[in-house]
Structures are given as structure tokens and as C-alpha cells.
Design a protein around this ligand. Structure first.
Ligand SMILES: [Zn+2]
Length: 300
């Protein structure tokens, strides 16, 4: 029984491995590996010192990269290397980094993502790491800014691998059969002759095209108002966001209903102040304690 409990606890630790809050941060696999090199006396060898220096240099002098990145490179055991990339990422994107070894030989490669602060001389802050035996790192970005990615193979190992990095949308697209190409009006566009700003994006589609929940959540309100016409509010508890779906021809959910991402919640229309415009979905995201944020990176 006790053994089972230990396994369950270990499993739970492994499961939250990539999203650790800073205040209970345990060692990253790279930090644990560095400690093991020190304990084994390998950190003092010429190659060990080079490996540690390469890890530091990747943080100090990353290469500025524009996504997507796909590159194949060698890493000779005799010249320990680490690859550092500086990435500018938007809130609402999910960064995915994958390392694919060329041969069949299993490779131990450390993937670490850091946040870069605005202030100079502030060391990069560890944000997420791939699990020790995984060659994939995935992380939803919750703040616009500059990030640093470091990829480093273990000491005393040669090989070739392909590094691929890209981002995808954190949410699913809310209008059936459409993509961000159907967005014709953007966040902060002027409204009412500049007296107010547009707090969302407008996605154009024929009347009665199904509207999908962009994320799983709870329907917090279904109603009608002058500006939005027929509207649905959806609470995405995971991110602390409220989604606003407006100008609907009709709604297909009721208050309190729990919906999955992709579920139909209504149909495209031009109700409210969109009566003189072609049918479209107004889609807005309001972050808790913050107000409206740009939905486009979340769905593009
Ligand atoms: Zn709008």
C-alpha cells in the first residue's frame, strides 16, 4: 500500500513537471544532471568544464530566431555544445519544441525554456523544461515577451539531431470551417469615429454558420444587449478568461452549461449593432483583473 502511494506521488510529480510554480520549484533535469556531473567529479574535467561553459554561453549569447525553426545539426562529444535561441512570443501561442535524433540510439537532451526580463543583468528565469527522457517541450505562453530556449545534449555523447520549433494557437477557432483569414476587423480598431476601441475580432461567415466554444468552460451568461445582440459568455477557468460571442443569429446553450472546446454554442448572425453589417462573429477575450486582450494570437 505504502509503495503504491509512493508511486502515485511520483506520478503526480512527473505529471506537473513542466508547469511548476516558481515558489516550489524543484531542480530542472539539466540542474539535476549538472549536480550529478559534479558528484561524479566529471565537472572538473576539461570536457566537463566545456560542457558547463557551453550551457552558460547559450544563456548569455542566444541566437535570435524567428519561428518556425527546423535545423539539423551535429554535436560531437569532443566539443560539448549547447544551442541557445532568443524568441519573441505572444500570449495565446503554444510553443512546441522537438528534438529528433538521426539514428536509433537513445539520446539524452535537455530542453529548457526561460523568461527574459526587461531589466538588463537579470538572469533568465527557468519557466519550463522537458521531462528528463522526453525530447519535446510544450508550453502555452501567458505573457507577451522575449524568451530563451536552450537545447543541450548530455556530456560525452556524439550524434546528429533535428531541432524543430513552432507555435500553434492555444484555442480552437470559433467559427466552423473558417480560419483567421476570415478576420476582417481587429483588436483596438477604432469604433464610433474613434470614441471607443474594438475589444475583440470580427470573423465573417455566412448567416447560421455554427459557432464553436474556443475552449472548454462554463456558460456564464446567455442574453441579448443593444451592442452585441444575441450573446454568449463563456468562463474559461483554466486561464481565468471570459469569452464573449456576439451578434449571434441564435444561441444553442444555456447558462450554467458545461461545454467542451469545439462544441456548438450558437450560430453566426448580425444581431445588435451589426444589423447593417454582413453576418459575423464578434469574439472577445477578457482576462480576469485585466480587461480585454487581443484574441487573435489565441486562434490564429
Ligand atoms: Zn466586433
Amino acid at each position: 500500500m505504502k509503495r503504491l502511494l509512493v508511486l502515485v506521488v511520483l506520478g503526480a510529480l512527473a505529471a506537473c513537471g513542466t508547469q511548476r510554480p516558481a515558489f516550489i520549484r524543484t531542480q530542472t533535469p539539466h540542474e539535476a544532471y549538472t549536480d550529478s556531473l559534479r558528484r561524479a567529479g566529471l565537472a572538473e574535467t576539461a570536457l566537463g568544464l566545456e560542457w558547463l561553459a557551453a550551457a552558460e554561453a547559450a544563456l548569455r549569447e542566444p541566437v535570435r530566431a524567428k519561428l518556425p525553426v527546423a535545423m539539423t545539426t551535429e554535436y560531437p562529444a569532443a566539443e560539448p555544445r549547447a544551442f541557445g535561441y532568443r524568441l519573441t512570443l505572444q500570449r495565446g501561442r503554444v510553443l512546441r519544441v522537438e528534438v529528433t535524433p538521426a539514428g536509433d540510439e537513445p539520446a539524452l537532451v535537455f530542453l529548457d525554456l526561460f523568461r527574459l526580463d526587461q531589466a538588463p543583468d537579470t538572469p533568465p528565469r527557468p519557466l519550463a523544461s522537458a521531462d528528463r527522457d522526453a525530447l519535446v517541450l510544450e508550453r502555452e505562453i501567458d505573457r507577451d515577451g522575449d524568451y530563451l530556449l536552450r537545447i543541450q545534449p548530455e556530456l560525452l555523447r556524439s550524434g546528429t539531431f533535428t531541432i524543430s520549433q513552432d507555435t500553434t494557437a492555444a484555442l480552437s477557432f470559433p467559427v466552423d470551417g473558417r480560419t483567421s483569414a476570415a478576420v476582417q476587423s481587429f483588436f483596438r480598431d477604432a469604433r464610433d469615429g474613434g470614441r471607443r476601441e474594438h475589444h475583440g475580432i470580427d470573423i465573417f461567415a455566412p448567416r447560421d454558420t455554427p459557432v464553436h466554444a474556443a475552449a472548454g468552460g462554463v456558460v456564464s451568461q446567455v442574453g441579448t444587449n443593444n451592442l452585441g445582440g444575441n450573446v454568449v459568455w463563456l468562463w474559461d477557468a483554466r486561464r481565468g478568461h471570459s469569452h464573449y460571442y456576439a451578434h449571434l443569429a441564435s444561441q444553442a446553450v444555456s447558462t450554467g452549461q458545461v461545454v467542451q472546446a469545439g462544441e456548438v454554442i450558437g450560430y453566426v448572425g448580425n444581431t445588435g449593432n451589426a444589423r447593417t453589417t454582413a453576418p459575423h462573429l464578434h469574439f472577445g477575450i477578457y482576462a480576469r483583473g485585466e480587461g480585454p486582450i487581443d484574441p487573435l494570437p489565441f486562434v490564429q
